[in-house]
Design a protein around this ligand. Structure first.
Ligand code: NAD
Ligand code: MN
Length: 362
């Protein structure tokens, strides 16, 4: 059983380092109080500011650190003011997805007490589902290579058997894990548009091929438009949802909206061998440098990392620590006095992090 883990850390741009440093401190606090595992952090320079300084956005040495690490913790990257010559932004987080074949974008949507959800929920309504967004193909396949003439524009949507098989296996395995831990009921929904597009009929067929291999789990299909409706009207019906890249891009923001915004939305980009954990929000340059950024999406992403590493290496202490950390954030949000301005409070980033450490000790 492995219990020493190397974490590659990308501090990122804007508020990135402000929320990463205290998150790292919280992780150190957790690992120092147990012998069950240890973490070492290996800082990997990358991002827009790094590009402005050195002409490189993701140096080979940083990519190597990511590749060799047990997990990758990444804060927001990119700055609108710093761009490549073609006008596009520096986004090493997207390069990492490609380089490490991180095909599954995992976006948990949990609604708990204290969140400013726009849904009006009754006490017994339990909303806890995970959206899996395919992250390497779909409508993003032709990103940057679409064809535009004076009269028309064409982009290509690509669904491959190879990636879809990996994606659906991942989705059913996650549903199985959630069922075993009591977080979900073991149900997977394939979100597509198979009524209109042949590519999505193919997507659905591949989903069904995987589904029959898991008799202990249940499954169904939903069209993406109806899914958007149901996420608002009856989100408690979902457990694990799996979908194409563009659909997932849109639905995951809807999911964040249900939680009251991006400030509490963690994510993981996973492949078969690597995983990047990062908040869903960007580098928030408008508030950077003021110690007022909300660190909770970053901390919740770190909790996902502990959970994932613990599951993968059969380290139950790590899994428990992941759960405790998540609960500590929920407690602080619910209590309400130590939250940052975006959540209606007036705590600084550091104060919000201290409150999480206190909740961990309680
Ligand atoms: P953004 O998420 O950075 O900011 C949108 C709004 O939300 C801003 O008003 C910001 O102040 C606020 N906000 C975001 N995170 C917050 C936090 N933790 N606490 C409090 N307020 C927060 O999105 P944007 O303005 O579109 O993008 C800014 C930069 O971030 C761009 O360069 C963009 O490319 C990059 N970006 C990176 C990622 C990533 O690293 N995964 C994701 C999205 C955007
Ligand atoms: Mn998006």
């Amino acid at each position: 059983m492995k219990n020493r883990f190397q974490i590659a850390v990308f501090h990122g741009d804007g508020i990135g380092p402000e929320i990463m440093k205290p998150t790292q401190a919280i992780l150190s606090h957790l690992e120092k109080r147990t012998d069950a595992y240890s973490l070492t952090f290996d800082v990997a320079p990358a991002g827009a500011a790094h590009y402005a300084e050195t002409g490189e956005s993701l140096p080979q040495s940083s990519l190597d650190k990511a590749r060799n690490a047990d997990a990758i913790l990444l804060s927001a990257m990119g700055l609108p003011s710093i761009r490549y010559e073609d006008g596009t932004e520096i986004s090493p987080q997207i390069e990492l997805r490609k380089a490490l074949d991180l095909f599954a974008g995992v976006r948990p949507v949990r609604i708990y007490k204290g969140l400013h959800s726009p849904l009006s929920l009754k006490d017994h309504d339990h909303i806890d589902f995970v959206l899996i967004r395919e992250s390497t193909e779909g409508l993003f396949f032709s990103q940057g290579a679409g064809e535009v003439t004076n009269d028309e524009a064409t982009e290509v949507l690509k669904i491959t058997r190879k990636t879809s098989e990996k994606l659906f296996r991942f989705a059913f395995e996650l549903a199985n894990l959630r069922k075993r831990s009591g977080e979900g009921r073991g149900h997977v929904t394939c979100v597509d548009k198979a009524n209109v597009f042949r590519a999505f009929a193919f997507f659905r067929e591949l989903f069904n091929e995987e589904a029959v291999k898991h008799p202990q789990l249940t499954f169904d299909h939903a069209y993406v438009d109806a899914t958007a409706l149901w996420m608002v009207q009856k989100p408690w019906i979902f457990d694990v949802m799996v979908t194409e890249n563009m659909f997932g891009d849109i639905l995951s923001d809807l999911g964040a909206g249900l939680m009251g915004g991006l400030g509490l939305a963690p994510s993981a980009d996973m492949g078969e061998h690597h995983a990047v954990f990062q908040p869903c929000h960007g580098s928030a340059p408008d508030i950077a440098g003021n110690n007022i950024a909300n660190p909770f999406a970053m901390i919740l992403s770190a909790a996902m990392m502990l959970d994932w590493l613990g599951q993968k290496h059969h380290n139950s202490t790590m899994v428990e620590d992941g759960k405790h950390l998540r609960q500590a954030v929920y407690d602080v949000v619910n209590e309400g006095t130590q939250t940052t301005a975006d959540l209606g409070g007036n705590a600084s980033t550091d104060e919000a992090c201290s409150a999480v450490v206190k909740a961990l000790q309680a």
